[in-house]
Design a protein around this ligand. Sequence first.
Ligand code: ATP
Ligand code: MG
Length: 557
Amino acid sequence: MAEESKEMDELANTGNFIHNYIQQDLGENLSRLNTRFPPEPNGYLHIGHAKSICLNFGLAEYYGGKCNLRFDDTNPTKEDTEYVESIKEDVKWLGFDWGDRLYFASSYFDKFYEIAVKLIKDGKAFVCDLTPEEMKEYRGTLSTPGKNSPYRNRSVEENLDLFTRMKNGEFADGTRTLRAKIDMSSPNINMRDPVIYRIAHASHHRTGDKWCIYPMYDFAHPLEDTIEGITHSICTMEFEDHRPLYNWVVENSGLAAHPRQIEFARLGVTNTVMSKRKLRALVEKGLVDGWDDPRMPTICGLRRRGYTPEAIRAFCEKIGVSKANSRVDSSLLDYCIREDLKPKAKVVMAVLNPLKVIIDNYPEGMTEEFEIDNNPENEALGKRKVKFSREIYIEKEDFMEVPVKKFFRLAPDKEVRLKGTYFVKCVGVDKDENGNITAVHCTYDPETRSGSGFSGRKVKGTLHWVNAADCIEAEARLYDYMMLDNPDDPDGEMIMNPNSLKVSKCLVEPSIKGCEKGEKFQFMRNGYYCVDTKDSRDDALVFNRIVPLKSSFKPAK
Ligand code: ATP
Ligand code: MG
């Protein structure tokens, strides 16, 4: 194993080393490749799973092979059909198709049982009565060998009788196990007579109360792969030390095929948590708005936030596959969604922090219509009309009464362009009794009408704006990192970012009317937004900010 492992490590540094294995193993018959994505239906999928999905389905697509979707449902107390359905939806949404290859480990329970009986008959498995504490004691440590269980030498007949009675429900949970008989002195603890069946009087979401014994992962998983004719079983690094056991189970099962297990590094992302256990804890403590809270790294959370399957797939492509565990900077995912939406999303004007602008020389009661490109990078998205009149709103931060150096936006006596319309110049401000600015007064120059070919002078700043008379008030949800820190220990405690969600009112141009849930827009000069699928209503729109236009935040180390 040491040799094989070393060879794998070397290959791990040569791009996607998994390709090398597949090519070596299948030679001319690359389309024989059969991978699988094997989620346990005990929670919602996250972006780490997306990496595994893209890898397994992606390899199958690349070589013209197949990828199965298999639910690894061998742990009845934690699993549920709710999760089965959400997982199917998420895999489909990511753009992958398992065709007619949807499988459940629980469909193989009879087969697993049969193979366990074969192992007993072959003298390779025994029923053990040690308590969990005793078993731990007998197991030994990394530096000391284990001790044989006193039940290890039971006769085949006695083992068969006890195992049958375990299956028939005669014994209480935890009183007996079936163990593989391998080697208690193996340097690899996984090989020290591992438990392969346990007693659990629990109802299973698919098999009901038919079984009260359930196979352990290390026994079931290799058999699931072998039964389905999987050629390459791709899993995460923590299973590397389980590979000898995987091979032992396959080789002693009496089944013909022999899948090859290949490990790769789990994906971690900065300032978020990844394991289902921790994500569930956030949901159960009510710290987030369910599994699909837009801050969550779950596929359903990312979807609700507004990330696209294209962006997630591009992200998985860019991070590559290696054997070194690491945390990828979440700004890479932000980059991928910006790249995807840049040519696709309609660019509209919205003001989050409104400041009223009154154009003193613009006739009262007059309204003009201007045509604006829906996306300057993509003509195919066409144009739309926006109305302009005497009172508009701009962003508060686009005005400074005493401008700092290089401030090219609006300031007293300074001129800017209002997107798609005219040049305006600030001629005064209104203040309340506390000295706060309540409105800015401008004059406009009719000569500078957009599209008129005016070339008299230039201005450095172009501001977005909305028309006071017909803009729509909506809610903007601004997200930041979910977690504050990135402990070195992947299981280390993390504290939730108290500023991970800020809710703000916003004023949006009326062309947004009739937008669909899940539709994505660029709010000009601000960021990409998605109409929230859960809380948005036609008369009370809610927009999730997917990402700011430019990355202003620096990820913590
Ligand atoms: P979690 O710890 O989040 O519950 P898991 O590994 O227990 O993850 P499974 O449902 O058993 O989740 O995983 C299905 C597949 O997805 C497995 O092949 C697993 O290796 C892979 N996977 C899970 N998390 C990641 C990750 N962070 N990066 C890459 N692959 C992952
Ligand atoms: Mg798990």
